[in-house]
Ligand binder design. Sequence first.
Ligand SMILES: *Cc1c(COP(=O)(O)O)cnc(C)c1O
Length: 290
Amino acid sequence: MNLILQKPYSPIEPIHYKEWEQAGVEVYFKREDLSHPFISGNKWRKLHYHLLTAASSNASTLVTFGGAYSNHLLATAAAGAKYGFNTLGIVRGEPVKNTVLGLCKHFGMQLQFIDRVSYIDHLTFEQNNPIANAYWIPEGGGGRLGEMGMGDLLAEIDPEYTHLCCSIGTGASFSGLLRKAAESNSSIRLEGFAVIKGGEYLAEGFQKQNYQNYTYHTHSHGGGYAKTSPELIAFIEKFSRSTGVLCDQVYEGKMLYYLNEMIVNGVYAKGSKIVILHNGGLSGMLSLFA
Ligand SMILES: *Cc1c(COP(=O)(O)O)cnc(C)c1O
């Protein structure tokens, strides 16, 4: 099957946030969140080459892994429906119902829950559970192909920008950016923000990409993955009210909360032109209002 994927819609827009303007920096969002309501942000980017490979190998089913609130599962479900694949989502943990998994099913994804112990090793799971005509996508859509798709977006960022910010879960997106920046002799400073506790273990993998011009912030997790605080929630609310842009509390809002403190404290030189990747993930916000 020959699949043609269009370049996602993802303009760069200035963000007018008073505190940042007062700090003398220009801030922009690369609106990766606008590429699709659910195949959005880095999830679209990471799926790109996986989808092309699945199509060219005539796979009929996409199989992938995720947690019960996985933006990647939802992106795969929506992409499967859009591009003509069946989808199977292997979900970590006890069977549950929630808005994200509900949307996955709505797009036709079959869900299979497996206990956390069996879940650990994907490759073994794959070997023990052969599925006809399946294309297996690693958790989070990563792997070499996922990283390549993410790296492609660097070409859409002009050299006039000084910094590019990206939130970090599995680290696949940031790795892809680092590798592409090294390959293309980029001069932009890459800034990664961990939203998981103990993200130090990813540092070695980032170093291997051979790009020197980057900072990996490991203290931006706000207490741990998906942990929130009243301050964080107040910040993302204030941010949305002043800019009209929604940011979720798990990824982008957490990065912004930390970035905001640095900007306000003068960490970024006046005149810096900072681009923030808005990687979507808004389905994760719905749980805030449930
Ligand atoms: C998945 C996700 C991330 C993390 O991406 P990784 O490649 O796993 O590091 C960041 N932001 C959003 C909105 C996401 O959905």
